[in-house]
Write a protein that binds this ligand. Sequence first.
Ligand code: GLU
Length: 412
Amino acid sequence: MSFLEQTQRFIKECVEELGVEPEIYEFLKEPRKTVIVNIPVRMDDGKIKTFIGYRVQHNNALGPYKGGIRFHPDVNLDEVKALATLMTLKTAIIDGVPFGGGKGGVAVDPGQLSKGELQRLSRGYMRAIAWFISPKKDIPAPDVGTNPQIMAWMADEYSYIRRQAEHEVITGKPIEIGGSKGRTQATSRGCMFVAQKACEKAGLNFVGSKVVVQGFGNVGGNAALLFEEAGAKVIAVSDVFGAIFNEDGLDVKELMEYTKEHGTIAKYPKAQIINSNELLELKCDILVPAALENQITKENAPRVKCKILVEGANGPTTSEADEILVKKGVIICPDVLANAGGVVVSYLEWVQGNYHFQWKEETVNAELKEKMENAFDRIYEFAQEKNMPMRRAAFMVGIKRLADVMRIRGWV
Ligand code: GLU
């Protein structure tokens, strides 16, 4: 079953178990609207290369469509649809984030492009989808392979097309052009709040806990850093080039400096090089998969030894693996909860943008903490009450809210 099929099937099961109108599933199984665009880009060698891009608007019952833009060679329509669906659930489980779910992407390896080519592709993508989005309709943000600089080019192109300043069409921008303080680390900080809560429930001390992080991009790298700053011990990390391990704990700050210089963690001297597949199977307290989907599968799940799983990435655990981990007693903090910090602070950025106002970082972080902890508590309590794993509880809490709103709006 594909990532999309797994997501759809899970929603169907939850709709049935909740006992809400079966039509709710009809609204959630497929996105409301999708555009597929071809983006011709003038490459540095003078030739034109055409890239394929997508924007999927999944559901807007709760507010404008919201979700990131992924630049990755494997991006395809079904993946973007699955990710858009998860965004609908993600925004639904956090109180006070009035957004629906969407997602976009371009099939490209951004690492292969020059800065100029990347800017032309980013602007080309925005030109192709600008008619489809707006600050009150659909608000993109960064995702795997995109960053604040790319958001800046896109915001600039959008404002140029609209002939007026409308940077609030996109979040995750640099602070200089209306980004929010705290946005870059928001997803990772959210993961940390969730991990701390999960430790509390498991009777485990977060301070001194052993942490393994898969992925050293914006989410994984900052998660490692924030977990370390909060007293946990990061014993292993990986990126696309390799994985490293140090039983006594890595110096994440130093590792980040090293990565800036060398472009990868893979040959960091103060650690042992391990096989990337082994990383997920290391004995640890908290495992944070923060790379891509389908990483923990039925093949490696039996060997996964963490106590708590905090899904920094979207869809890192297949449904078969999920069942195996649940049976093993792993506390799973699912993606729609664990990595919701990014969209929470995106919402705060959007509010600040609409009011042309900037909050202090402490204000943003405090708001993020409150929202993440409330969502955790609500889902944890639901899970306890119904005696079910947190992923199912999260989906049910989200679907129930969506169903209530769709009913009030007269959709069902
Ligand atoms: N791409 C991020 C996610 O998957 C952030 C989305 C946003 O901020 O809109 O949650």
